[in-house]
Design a protein around this ligand. Structure first.
Ligand code: NI
Length: 151
């Protein structure tokens, strides 16, 4: 069912498993959202923003954040090799030792969309990488949205 009100906002119904909804509510409360709708709108905007770039040649800036276990199969060396191999793409990086085994590394990158995505997949698929995420913006595209939710 779908309702359209006079302000041009469309109401939709969303079905979620109870435990997923509970986790979502806790998460958005911590982040300071006043309603589920606001939180969902930001998630949808983020998701669309990640997918709106179709032009492989578009110039992008981005960060790749990875968490890895440095005791696993020389992942640190492989990561360094990869970065040296793509030294024009990686502008700078920050390394944080999280505990005895885990490291977080943040790579700040600049390249064409296709090359940046390919590099990010190579990095995040290394054995020993526990989590990885690429976040990008196209500085010249002009379709950056305001994603803040505090008014
Ligand atoms: Ni470390």
């Amino acid at each position: 069912m779908l309702f359209v009100c006079m302000t041009g906002v469309t109401r939709i119904g969303v079905s979620l498993e109870p435990n997923l909804l509970e986790a979502f509510d806790e998460d958005i409360a911590k982040k300071g959202y006043s309603s589920r709708s606001e939180a969902l709108r930001d998630l949808v905007r983020d998701s669309l923003a990640e997918n709106e770039w179709k032009n492989d040649d578009e110039w992008m800036v981005g960060t790749i954040v990875i968490v890895y276990d440095h005791t696993t199969s020389a992942v640190g060396d492989r990561l360094t090799d990869l970065q040296h191999h793509h030294h024009n793409l990686v502008k700078t990086s920050v390394h944080i030792h999280l505990d005895d085994e885990k490291c977080m590394e943040i790579l700040i990158c600049e390249e064409k969309l296709k090359n940046l995505k390919d590099f990010a997949s190579e990095v995040t698929s290394l054995k020993g990488v526990l989590r990885g995420r690429l976040t990008m913006v196209a500085p010249s595209s002009g379709n950056l949205h305001h994603v803040g939710h505090r008014h």
